[in-house]
Design a protein around this ligand. Sequence first.
Ligand code: THU
Length: 128
Amino acid sequence: MDALVDAALEARSHAYAPYSEFQVGAAIEDSDGRVWTGCNIENATLGLTVCAERVAVFKALSEGARKFKRVAIAAHTERPTPPCGACRQILWEFCGDIEVILANPHGVTETFHLKDLFPRPFDASFIR
Ligand code: THU
């Protein structure tokens, strides 16, 4: 299996999700081939929960990574779980039309381009 999917599945094991019990892992590969991982981190307020994808992207950004090639997202669902709307916006901001691989622990994967999951994005092109 794809090492990036394996990294997302492994990251999922670190999820802090006592409220939803819905564990998610993400792994993002940068242009140097480095892999940055994240898991969802919930909060008793619920609203302060941060998704796995954003944890992975923010970890990478905060260490200086700026260009990304692919992201893998892992959850336990039979139909692989897609990124939420907020994460699509963040992924678009920093990764553009990146390859998005959705996976579950049973070896089911689906691959998309972010543009197809997030058509007509609002971005810097409207502000500048
Ligand atoms: N979650 C993610 O981490 N990523 C997604 O793409 C979908 C949702 C998390 C947020 C929350 O901790 C739990 O899954 C249930 O919504």
